[in-house]
Design a binder for this molecule. Sequence first.
Ligand SMILES: Cc1cc2nc3c(=O)[nH]c(=O)nc-3n(C[C@H](O)[C@H](O)[C@H](O)COP(=O)(O)OP(=O)(O)OC[C@H]3O[C@@H](n4cnc5c(N)ncnc54)[C@H](O)[C@@H]3O)c2cc1C
Length: 410
Amino acid sequence: MPAIFKKTDVLVIGGGIFGCSIAYYFTRNHPGKKIIVVERNEICNAATSRAAALMTIVRSKQSYIPLALETYQAVVKLEEHLGESLNMRLSGMMHVAASDNTVKELDHLMGIAQKFKQPYNYLSNNEANRMCPWLNTDEVMRIGFLPGEAYCDPYLLGTFFARCAKKQGAEMIQGCEVTGIIYNNSSVQGVKTSLGTIEANVVIDAAGAWAPIWAMQTGTAIPMAPVRSQYWITEKADIFPEHAPMVLLPDAQAYARPEGGALLFGVREQKSLYASPDRIPDDINHFVFSEDKGMNDLAENAEKLARFFPAFYETGIKYYVAGFSGYTPDGQLVIGKVPGVENFLLASGCCGAGIAVSGGVGLALAELAAGNISPFNLSEFSVSRFGDIDPFSDEWLEKCARARSLKRSG
Ligand SMILES: Cc1cc2nc3c(=O)[nH]c(=O)nc-3n(C[C@H](O)[C@H](O)[C@H](O)COP(=O)(O)OP(=O)(O)OC[C@H]3O[C@@H](n4cnc5c(N)ncnc54)[C@H](O)[C@@H]3O)c2cc1C
């Protein structure tokens, strides 16, 4: 074993938005205690910097809502702390329903908004069309609007967490790779890294798509799979006003938001692409997800999309972005303690919502790491909820990928 390099109260594997947020809350709530975040590349280089960054609060998965609300509170505090603006766009979100089923879902969602005291109202088709000139509402039956919803620059939010954490005393080590977990007698005692050993009272696995590799060294199977998320950004046009709301189109399994005078949009693939965690390269910046840049998926969904976005066929695509998110079969996160393994916590299985819930995940894990109770109910996110699984098997990976394909929108 290499010489001891450092000792710490808490060691976090991975400097994505989860790792940075945990470090922020831990240093804010527990001054005097030491936390180290180890990132093998640069902070927020992987999934975080690729996100479309819809910070959806009101959603059918109600377990996410308190976590997302915490993110909005964190943004205010981070901005105050740094004296800088995150330029979060409070654009609001339209939910567009064009079938009996989606009308029912929309009304249910508005009930959830009311339950969580979030502002909501219904829009006429003409109002919606005025706000989003690209949106064809001819076949639309009902439109709900949630003015409290926002999107942001995900890299900026991640680095705001990291910068505040550093100012509060966190140590963020970049260019350092965790190469193994030190695990004896059912207890995690630290990690081996490319720079030496770090002893820790608590280790948190927040390694994104790669998290299952490290958890497996303690015999823990994280019930998630890295599944590709992708979106496209059009060229600029007058029909895409900068201050328009985000739009969810469950009947097309699509979402869209403004992107500086252009439109950023994503669709659900009929068959989502996945990879085993141990086959993803350490740095995904040059990883080719598919040679066609998702164009086949886009072609598959073109008709459904053009029903609401008729200019789709004549609008040029300027950018394509893809990355891995950790998906689970039930669409819930995997966070918290690991039964039977002492001093080991997980922050994983983001299901394409990690930016939105980053505040809540960071606070919950910081409190667990300090030996306290989580301020949020984490029961739906438990690591053992699927029983014995093999997170590297094709059967499991396909099951998780199917969950993404079936997701209605967002
Ligand atoms: C295309 C796309 C669109 C998305 N859109 C949205 C959206 O609209 N809204 C939303 O909320 N979320 C969205 N997401 C999801 C969001 O990006 C993720 O949920 C979030 O970034 C997860 O953060 P993380 O910290 O878990 O993972 P990551 O950001 O991937 O961070 C994990 C880090 O761990 C590091 N690491 C791994 N192994 C090691 C090791 N051995 N040693 C040291 N470091 C290691 C990696 O280098 C990486 O930096 C989207 C994702 C993608 C890909």
